[in-house]
Write a protein that binds this ligand. Structure first.
Ligand SMILES: [Zn+2]
Length: 143
């Protein structure tokens, strides 16, 4: 056995969902006549580690585990609810970002337009000053 196998994390035990009865029930991770290596499993109820059906059968009888199993469905539902809320929140934020991006783009466009306007005005001012100069000179000539 290599070192990595020795320090490998136990597999997280999860109860089995019975679709007929709509509830979670305890089910051994191994089939009755399983002959392979029984990998360590860790039950989240009190971090109990087991690696045999006997240990498993004994563990699921304890009060802490029974209570944990009873609350398991509730917890799953809560987690799913939180995930759903987070997803909705996430979508909202994405929409806000999109809106801000559009506004930012509009601002860039406005800045560009205003810059062009200012440039045009400056150009016109310069031209009108030049015109004035020519005007006077022309009038002078005519006079
Ligand atoms: Zn347990």
């Amino acid at each position: 056995m290599t070192e990595t196998q020795l320090i490998a994390e136990p597999i997280k035990y999860e109860p089995y969902f019975n679709p007929d009865r709509h509830e979670y029930i305890d089910k051994s991770p191994w089939k009755k006549n399983f002959r392979g290596i029984r990998k360590e499993h860790k039950c989240p109820c009190k971090s109990y580690v087991f690696s045999s059906t006997l240990q498993f059968n004994q563990h699921i009888k304890c009060r802490v585990h029974k209570k944990w199993l009873m609350n398991y469905e509730k917890e799953i539902k809560e987690i799913n609810g939180q995930e759903k809320e987070l997803r909705i929140e996430n979508e909202k934020l994405k929409k806000q970002i999109k809106k801000c991006e559009i506004e930012l783009n509009n601002c860039h466009l406005l800045i560009k337009l205003l810059q062009e306007k200012v440039q045009n005005q400056e150009q016109q001012k310069l031209e009108s000053e030049q015109d004035k100069f020519y005007d006077t000179s022309e009038t002078n000539e005519i006079d």
